[in-house]
Design a protein around this ligand. Sequence first.
Ligand SMILES: [Zn+2]
Length: 212
Amino acid sequence: MRIEGELRKEIVDSGRELYQLRLMTGTGGNISGRIDDKAIVITPSGVCKGKMKAYDLIRMLIETGEVTAGGKPSMETPFHLAFYRQRKDVGAVIHCHPLFCTLLSVTGETVRTDLTPEGLMVLKDVSFIPYATPGSEQLAKNLAMGMDGHDAFILESHGAITVGRDIPDACHKMETLEFLAELQVRARGNDRLKPLSAEEKDRILALANNGK
Ligand SMILES: [Zn+2]
């Protein structure tokens, strides 16, 4: 269980960092964190994530989506709740539209993790989620089908999601995901691009799993 005040501060701090890194722009993107097995805190709708205050955040119940403190929650609340219902290991969810992740998403590609050891260590494999209207229950269903065993997602023609055990973990994964997306886009046309060997991939994945 998290102390709610500390969790709110972490979400506000991560919003400012992601905004300063230009991973979140305008009022786009949303962040949530788990208090316990019953409730989460989530960012409000239509507020710049670089300028939020702790009291702007909304507390809601995981099972019913009932708001128990605060105003209007993020429009993407359905998929945030889907993660907390289905993945007991998830303590934080971040969604945004970083430029290079979104560039890949509109061309129907996912992010490769096999070009550098860090990509594999941090993200293992990135799931590609078929398009559904933002905020819809269908998008939450598409994610529910692809969420097990993955912590990073490219949403077709939309953006990216990362999940983690806590807010700093999910933030670190989003930064890594966008770095890899940029690497992949900038490497286009370079026919010398080569992935890690199958043996090295196995070795790195074994290291990553031992670190858990
Ligand atoms: Zn979005």
